[in-house]
Design a protein around this ligand. Structure first.
Ligand code: PXP
Length: 280
């Protein structure tokens, strides 16, 4: 069943009530994940497009990567259409929307041009992220307090197209609360600080810092769930640091890119995805 027919089937009869539909969908998912008690794996394929763009050529194709990731067990394909189109381009976004069979998650800023494209391709989920021109990758979570009005407006527009909306946030109470108030269905908790803690050379400091970051993430999960949000996690997660975070209860999905693509160079993408999935 492709994504479009899934969405058609899953749509409520009353298509004028998208908010109720999203609440229903989120509730269904939450109870299902509770039953099987594990988080799904979303694979971020931007890094494949980055390799292609290094030569400004046609390979490797991120659309092929999406198919391989699905065959390896990904339950979600994530891509980020950036304003500067440094990796994924408009052609990729449109083809992914037509070919991905599991959940398609479009990472995007609140920029008007990008929002218009998201409205056109209507991904199953949109994850709203901040975007800086100079950054190598997304650096921090979205400041949902500062961006509240725009976030609420974009969320409404995306809901009207049938997309679930997630906000990428640091595990900060005001940011999580504002995401819920703005009408988001989900949050993705930024795990970058946790991942960086693993890189501290001194073992004692590393343990302290990892524990502190895990505690903050746990509190963020609890806040998100209390606010009625689905909770995802992502950024900087690797084969080495996934265990403790996957052991936390409450995550519905992890979005992982760089580490999986790095491993895929040696073992192929399908196997790299399967290995990460087994660890989760
Ligand atoms: N989630 C979000 C919101 C991101 O911006 C990124 C990076 O594109 C990821 C997850 C994946 O991060 P990584 O490539 O470090 O696994």
């Amino acid at each position: 069943m492709d994504q479009r027919s899934y969405k058609t089937l899953a749509r409520p009869l009353d298509i004028d009530a998208p908010a109720a539909y999203h609440q229903h969908q989120a509730g269904l998912r939450r109870s299902l994940m509770k039953e099987i008690d594990m988080a799904g794996l979303g694979v971020n394929i931007d890094h494949v497009a980055t390799i292609r763009q290094a030569r400004r050529t046609v390979e490797p194709d991120p659309v092929w990567a999406a198919a391989e990731a699905e065959l390896g067990g990904a339950c979600c394909i994530t891509f980020h259409l950036r304003k500067d189109r440094r990796h994924i381009n408009d052609r990729d976004a449109r083809l992914l929307a037509q070919t991905v069979r599991c959940k398609l998650n479009m990472e995007m800023s609140l920029d008007n041009e990008i929002v218009a494209i998201a409205e056109e391709i209507a991904p199953a989920q949109a994850t709203l992220v901040p975007e800086g021109r100079q950054e190598i990758t997304t650096e921090g979570g979205l400041d949902t307090v500062k961006e509240f009005d725009r976030l609420a407006e974009v969320t409404k527009r995306l809901h009207a197209k049938g997309s679930l909306v997630s906000a990428f946030v640091d595990p900060h109470a005001p940011h999580i609360a504002a995401a819920a108030r703005a009408g988001c269905d989900a949050i993705e908790i930024h795990t970058g600080a946790y991942a960086n803690a693993w890189l501290i050379a001194d073992q004692f400091r590393r343990q302290q810092e990892v524990k502190g970051r895990l505690d903050a993430i746990s509190a963020g999960i609890a806040m998100g769930l209390d606010a009625g949000l689905v909770v995802h996690g992502g950024h900087g997660l690797t084969y080495n640091n996934i265990h403790p975070i996957a052991a936390l209860r409450g995550f519905e999905e992890f979005n992982i890119g760089h580490s999986i693509i790095a491993r895929a160079v040696f073992v192929g993408l399908r196997q790299a995805v399967a290995e990460m999935r087994a660890l989760i």
